[in-house]
Design a protein around this ligand. Structure first.
Ligand SMILES: O=P(O)(O)OC[C@H]1O[C@@H](O)[C@H](O)[C@@H](O)[C@@H]1O
Length: 264
């Protein structure tokens, strides 16, 4: 395994390389994965070239970590503060069976006056043979219980969203076409899911998260941080805990993970 820190457009990042030449790149801000090139050399994530990696705004693409609030479902900033904060890179273990890197975020009481809870979030990103696994752990380090939403807001590169389908979210094996704009939370989905696109088949597995959010903004969403026709190049399929917020007692922890498998 090869792991290096680097600056991309002035933004601190870490890049991990697997034995097959596969790579994953993670911004320290937000612990946001911005690229996964699989073992066949295909970039599987979409990151908008019109969205600066450094600056006050959220980065449009890759895998923003959504915590502790999904969208505007509460009084906190949209999609929570975890994607806007600096995370700390943890020392990596070169002898681990899978090339992995972990980043941590310590939230103290007072960091966000509207969310007065101490917690530690850890995102561990691992390269698997033909796959990428992202595992988010939240530990309650404070004296009181709290509850939260979380999601791995995964922008999947699809080549052409009009030719993309998703199996596994609709009942009875029905396949969802992603041709039209969609913004929907599918509740209590166990997976696995299959995403078919011009870039090939991707199998999506999740654990710990109960829901799946599917988002194709379409051409009329007015997203200034996408290039013209940028919306045609991705579909978001997000492992999420939204409909049943996670409740954590003091000292308890929760983990949710999402695994993307290509080359099947
Ligand atoms: O622009 P943001 O804050 O990154 O959110 C993007 C999208 O994120 C998705 O998870 C939501 O379901 C959409 O409603 C939202 O528009």
């Amino acid at each position: 395994m090869n792991c290096q820190t680097l600056l991309i457009d002035d933004a601190p990042a870490v890049r991990l390389q697997g034995a097959a030449g596969d790579t994953v790149t993670v911004l320290l801000r937000g612990a946001q994965v911005i690229s996964w090139v699989d073992a066949s050399g295909v970039e599987r994530l979409y990151c908008s070239p019109a969205s600066p990696l450094k600056g006050p705004q959220a980065v449009r693409g890759g895998v923003p970590v959504i915590f502790p609030q999904f969208a505007a479902r509460g009084s906190l900033m949209r999609h929570g503060w975890a994607r806007m904060r600096g995370w700390t890179l943890q020392p990596w273990d070169t002898s681990a069976p899978e090339p992995s890197v972990s980043l941590q975020l310590h939230n103290a009481v007072g960091d966000d006056p509207q969310w007065p809870h101490a917690c530690v979030c850890t995102l561990t990103v691992s390269l698997l043979p033909n796959g990428l696994r992202m595992a988010l752990t939240v530990e309650n380090t404070g004296p009181a219980s709290f509850s939260f939403h979380a999601a791995l807001h995964t922008y999947l590169a699809v080549g052409d969203v009009a030719q993309t389908t998703l199996a596994g979210v609709l009942p009875e094996g029905a396949v969802l076409s992603l041709r039209e704009p969609i913004d929907q939370i599918f509740e209590a989905v166990t997976g696995p899911l299959q995403l078919h696109s011009p870039l090939g088949l991707l199998r999506l597995e999740h654990a710990g998260f109960g829901d799946v959010v599917v988002w194709n903004p379409g051409p009329d969403a007015g997203l200034a941080d996408l290039p013209p026709l940028g919306h045609t190049a991705f579909a978001c399929v997000e492992a999420a805990a939204v409909m049943q917020p996670v409740a954590l007692a003091p000292g308890a922890h929760w983990q949710g993970s999402q695994t993307l498998l290509s080359g099947l």
